[in-house]
Design a binder for this molecule. Structure first.
Ligand code: SF4
Length: 321
C-alpha cells in the first residue's frame, strides 16, 4: 500500500486520479480536518488514517465512521507521540500515555459498533514504541500497523526501525510496517524488505550472508561479497513471469572467508562458498560440488544461482580478481 498526506481539499480531490493510476491500496493520511477525510473516502481512498491527537470532535468522528461504513473501508487510528499534548510533563510512562489515549479513543468506535479498525502507536523512542504495541496487543484484536516514527537519517534510522519493527514482528505483532527515514522513500522500501527477510516473514530472491573477515581470511572477501550481491540484485526484483517458483520462495547464498566457520555456514545455505588460500569450495545444499580459484568465485557462484533458481536470463556475469 501507499500512503498520501492529504493537507487540503485539492489534495483530497486528487485521490480520484491517483487511485486510477495505481493498482495497490491507497491510504489517505488526515489530520485536523474531518472534511478532508470525507472527501478522501468519497474519492476512492482504500483506508483513512486519522490521528487521535488532533481529531477529537465526537460529531466529526461519527461523520468519518459513517463515511467509512458506507464505503466499506477501514480507519486507522494512528497515535503518534509527537501529537499527544498530555505526553509532555506526564507522570505516566510514554507507552502508558499512548495506550491510554488510544483506548479512550477506541471506546468511541466500539460504542458505534465500528470494527474495521487498524491500530498504530508510533513514537521516535524504540523501547516506548515496542512496549506500547505489546501492551495494546493485549487489549484488542485489531490489525496493527507498526513502525518507529521520525527514525532519523538513513544509517541510524534503519537500525532503529529494524530493532523496533523486528522486535514486534518476532513477537507476532504487526500486519503492515512502515520504515520512516529522513531520506528517499525508495530507501524506506528497501529497508522494510530487508526487515521482512531478516525475520523470515517474506523472501525476495537471494539472501546473502557473509562473514566479517578476520586474520584468517586469505581472499578479498569484501569485494567478492559486494560483487555477488551486485550481480544477484536483479533477482530481488525478478517478479511475475520471470520469477521461477524456486526464486519466489527465496534462498540463502553464504560467502565465508575460511575453513573455521566457512564450511558449516556454506553447508547450511542453499549455495555457499568457503574460501581457503586462493581457492574456494562451493557447496550446493550441503554438498561440495566443486573447488574453484578465488578469481573465478564470483562467476561460478552467480552462474550456479542462475542455473538453480533462474530469473536472470540477461545476467552479465563478471569476475573479480
Ligand atoms: Fe574469520 Fe573465517 Fe570467521 Fe570469516 S569465517 S570471520 S575468515 S574465522
Amino acid at each position: 500500500l501507499v500512503r498520501v498526506a492529504v493537507k487540503h481539499m485539492e489534495a483530497a480531490r486528487a485521490i480520484s486520479s491517483i487511485r486510477q493510476s495505481i493498482n495497490i491500496p491507497l491510504v489517505a493520511d488526515i489530520h485536523f480536518d474531518c472534511g478532508l477525510a470525507l472527501e478522501a473516502a468519497k474519492r476512492g481512498a482504500d483506508k483513512i488514517r486519522i490521528n487521535p491527537g488532533n481529531m477529537t470532535d465526537p460529531a466529526e468522528i461519527d461523520r468519518i465512521i459513517g463515511s467509512a461504513s458506507e464505503k466499506n473501508i477501514p480507519i486507522r487510528l494512528g497515535v503518534n507521540s509527537g501529537s499527544l499534548s498530555d505526553l509532555a510533563g506526564s507522570a505516566s510512562s510514554p507507552e502508558e500515555v499512548m495506550v491510554g489515549s488510544l483506548l479512550r479513543y477506541l471506546e468511541h468506535f466500539r460504542r458505534r459498533d465500528f470494527k474495521d479498525i487498524v491500530i498504530s502507536l508510533k513514537s521516535s523512542d524504540v523501547p516506548s514504541t515496542v512496549k506500547a504495541y505489546r501492551r495494546m496487543a493485549g487489549e484488542c484484536d485489531h490489525p496493527f500497523h507498526v513502525g518507529i516514527t521520525a527514525a532519523g537519517l538513513p544509517a541510524e534510522g534503519m537500525v532503529r526501525s529494524s530493532v523496533g519493527i523486528g522486535a514486534l514482528l518476532l513477537d507476532g505483532i504487526g500486519d503492515t510496517i512502515r520504515v520512516s527515514l529522513t531520506g528517499a522513500p525508495a530507501a524506506e522500501v528497501a529497508a522494510a524488505k530487508q526487515i521482512l527477510v531478516s525475520v523470515g516473514i517474506r523472501h525476495f530472491g537471494p539472501e546473502i550472508i557473509s562473514c566479517p573477515t578476520c586474520g584468517r581470511c586469505q581472499v578479498d572477501l569484501i569485494s567478492i561479497a559486494k560483487e555477488v550481491q551486485f550481480q544477484l540484485k536483479p533477482l530481488d526484483f525478478a517478479r511475475g513471469r520471470r520469477a521461477t517458483p524456486r526464486l519466489r520462495s527465496g534462498f540463502v547464498v553464504a560467502i565465508m572467508g575460511c575453513e573455521v566457520n566457512g564450511p558449516g555456514e556454506a553447508k547450511t545455505a542453499d549455495i555457499g562458498i568457503a574460501f581457503g588460500k586462493g581457492k574456494g569450495a562451493i557447496f550446493r545444499r550441503g554438498e561440495i560440488v566443486r573447488t574453484v580459484d578465488a578469481r573465478d568465485a564470483v562467476r561460478e557462484l552467480v552462474e550456479m544461482v542462475i542455473t538453480e533458481y533462474g530469473g536472470l536470463s540477461d545476467a552479465k556475469v563478471r569476475s573479480v580478481a
